[in-house]
Design a protein around this ligand. Sequence first.
Ligand code: ARG
Length: 461
Amino acid sequence: NEGALWGGRFASGPSAALEALSRSTHFDWRLALYDIRGSHAHATALEAAGYLSADDAAAMHAGLDRLAEKVRSGELSPRPGDEDVHGALEQMLLDEVGSELGGRLRAGRSRNDQIATFVRMYLLDHASVIAREVLQLVDALVAQAEANAAAILPGRTHLQHAQPVLLAHHLQAHAWPLVRDLERLRDWRVRAGVSPYGGGALAGSTLGLDPALVAQELGLDRPAENSMDATAARDVVAEFAFIAAQIGIDISRLAEEIIVWNTREFDFVTLDDGYSTGSSIMPQKKNPDIAELARGKAGRLIGNLTGLLATLKALPLAYNRDLQEDKEPIFDSVDTLEVVLPAFTGMIQTLVFHTERMAAQAPEGFSLATDVAEWLVKQGVPFRDAHEISGSLVRACEERGIGLEDADDALLASVSDHLTPGVRSVLSIEGSVASRAGAGGTAPDRVAEQRAELIERAQQA
Ligand code: ARG
């Protein structure tokens, strides 16, 4: 077992079954370049503490650079005997700079503090990619809101017609949670930017290496306060998994609406050909697969989070091998979002809204009944009575198979003396939308102001 990082105290090598279980190179190799950056920083710390001469340190850095180049080009990849990315890279370094120099690098560090650091570095990089992609989705929603600024949509609660709203208000209501996700990622960075490197296996090292120097070299904000916490904690990883799941869930809610809007019954949108799929048997089909995949993948993002939390539950301090199980779920969450977000954004950018049909549906289902009640309040009627009167008018119209706007003077008066013809001033969807002019309301001016605020918040995050 020549390539292993341990073995001195073992009389025999590992069984094949153990090797098969223990091996992680098939998923942790994606951290190889972070591992090499960690080695550069560690070599610098060893030199600063007097364990590497300047010449040795220079030879080490040069060797690590050559290693990185070979990893990047694919010339080097793990061999079957390698247990993990750390062991594989140590072997490769020994080949590169010789065992005398290469054998000095492991002093004062452990795979436990290394891996805890690399996962953070990896997630910090991918958090930037994901944040950029979420911002592009927010931009796409804002652009659609702007392009359809006057369009009216039947607003729903319980999926039933409730009150007319601006389509822009609705689209922006989907953008705000994504802005909060961007803010979550920004807040998370404060905790993720802490370096476990220097924690050693759990207790630190006797060599007087400077963890702050390593943190600085790695572009992290500061070293961890506690070496045991540094190597054993994965709350920062779980928090990332939560944010990823929340992004997936936020997208899934919009996805569900697009799927519904795209049905023949709703017919509110047309999907671009480039962002929809066909059927292998039904020639006429054009399916919203992107939205369905986004909805479905929200499930696996939740699974990754819950799986990771289950791994962490009741795990004693400090490092346990269970912690190796943090990587596959989090890698999968990153991969999932990085493939879902661009497709989803493209679908939103190219979505065509059938604004006339939406507007025509908006007054249906007596969606202006609240406007009638609030008009009565403005005439001095207590809301409790106004609600009753408006409800009676709905019933009277429903019995006659007409809309509120079709009620004649006699019908209005038969329901209540308070229902004078003046009530018709609020019986238009445009009037209804425009009159909801309080802060956060759906009136066009408010929605435009809100959009400006949304863009600003998204860019700050
Ligand atoms: N591969 C492990 C992980 O991903 C790191 C190695 C720690 N192994 C050990 N025996 N302490 O967590």
